[in-house]
Design a binder for this molecule. Structure first.
Ligand SMILES: Cc1cc2nc3c(=O)[nH]c(=O)nc-3n(C[C@H](O)[C@H](O)[C@H](O)COP(=O)(O)OP(=O)(O)OC[C@H]3O[C@@H](n4cnc5c(N)ncnc54)[C@H](O)[C@@H]3O)c2cc1C
Length: 378
């Protein structure tokens, strides 16, 4: 039987970053992935690193996002050094464009909200915004600049993490789907993958939206897929330096000159097809924000599945099954939250003091909800 100190189900950004962290702490680590690691949400993402809440429900996550953003420069530095692969990290800030007639009023509300949350944000007139980003639409009324935000090429980061983890001694098993966690008495003793048991003192489930499909995990991680479609554009006449937002779209510049536009949020099960409606929504939003993109070449289009949870919050921490830790449900912010997730899981497993109180994100919250739910028929 294969034996490790820690076994991880899922080799996306979250699983690989945890693997690297544990391996750096001297643990013998294995990562199982049902396919080539890093080919799901971590590949499909836009790579925006923004802790700013998109809606009031996301405010609870801001401190975790801020903590992770602060870790990013050191995190990518280490991964790049270990792997020799550049990650396309760009710390040039985000510019959110406002188009409405009430833009001035909206601007002061949004700036007050950000400042209240401890996020740096500067109000900009339309002219000032266009000076920073000349490709922006002339219909713009005002903008908010969030200078601390960044982006990363998530595909490059995933490849770099896989290599860094391997170089640090992590054993990666591609094409080996974890079917179940291996439970004996009140303990989790490892996983069942490819019909074989693998023993480990610590089992970490980081299988993205697929986590709920692993036997024995569903009650802790009732994840669901939230489909997102993206397009990548190439345009000689539209250059952007920063991540741009509007209410309809975001645009993310890559170092290779491509501009990513996304993303839809759809409930379509595990379907990953690219649809006419999805592409149209992305292109309409992109051209409204940067009109010159009307002449862009469509370089690529794709769809991916975000790991969503019932309350749209991450699912992080130990369970009541000793030895089982969950790290998933990062929904729209998993790239941002990768360094802090790896650090917290590492601190927990190495029995160090946790640098952030993660109780709000406990996997036990869903079990508690089930136990207090009224019986069917009542
Ligand atoms: C279109 C889109 C845009 C996004 N944009 C952003 C953004 O700008 N910023 C941001 O922070 N986040 C963004 N996200 C969200 C982010 O991509 C995810 O939250 C993050 O990648 C989740 O990483 P993960 O490792 O948990 O999951 P995944 O990357 O999905 O990895 C899970 C892995 O587990 C494997 N697996 C599945 N089942 C099993 C099993 N039974 N056994 C073993 N392995 C298994 C899969 O093959 C996969 O490799 C976006 C997502 C999408 C789809």
């Amino acid at each position: 039987m294969r034996t490790f100190d820690a076994v991880i189900a899922g080799g996306g950004l979250i699983g690989c970053a945890i693997a690297l962290e544990l391996s750096r702490n001297g643990l013998k680590v294995a990562v199982f992935d049902g396919q080539e690691p890093g080919r799901e949400a971590s590949w499909a993402s836009a790579g925006i690193l923004s802790p700013a809440p998109e809606n009031p429900a996301m405010i609870t996550m801001v401190p975790l996002g801020k903590a992770s953003l602060e870790l990013y420069p050191e995190f990518v530095g280490r991964v790049e050094e270990l792997s020799g692969i550049p990650t396309g990290y760009r710390d040039r800030g985000t510019l959110a464009a406002l188009f409405s007639r009430q833009a001035q009023q909206e601007l002061s509300t949004v700036i007050a909200l950000y400042h209240g949350l401890g996020l740096r944000a500067e109000p900009l007139s339309a002219a000032d915004a266009r000076e920073l980003e000349p490709a922006l639409s002339e219909d713009l009324e005002a903008a908010v600049f969030r200078p601390d935000e960044a982006s990363v090429d998530n595909r490059a980061l995933t490849a770099a993490l896989v290599r860094a983890a391997t170089q640090s001694g992590v054993r990666i098993f591609p094409g080996q789907r974890v079917e179940a966690v291996w439970r004996e008495g009140g303990r989790c003793c490892g996983v069942l993958a490819g019909g074989e048991k693998t023993a480990a003192r610590h089992t970490i489930v980081a299988a993205g939206c697929f986590s709920s499909r692993i036997r024995g995990v569903e009650q802790y991680a009732p994840t669901e897929p939230a489909k997102g479609q993206m397009v990548a554009l190439r345009c000689a006449t539209a250059r952007i330096e920063r991540v741009l937002w509007s209410k309809r779209i975001y645009l993310v510049p890559r170092n290779d000159g491509r501009i990513l536009a996304g993303a839809t949020v759809e409930r379509a099960g595990f379907d990953k097809s690219v649809t006419a409606g999805g592409v149209r929504a992305n292109l309409d939003g992109a051209i409204e924000l940067v009109p010159a993109l009307a002449s862009a070449e469509i370089a690529e289009s794709w769809a991916g599945l975000r790991p969503d949870s019932p309350d749209h919050m991450p699912i992080l921490g130990p369970t009541d099954l000793e030895g089982l830790v969950i790290a998933t449900g990062h929904f729209r912010s998993g790239v941002l939250l990768t360094p802090v997730t790896a650090r917290l899981v590492g601190e927990y497993i190495m029995e160090k003091t946790l640098s952030f109180d993660w109780e709000r994100f406990t996997p036990m919250r869903f079990r508690a909800a089930r136990q207090t739910a009224p019986a069917p028929g009542r």
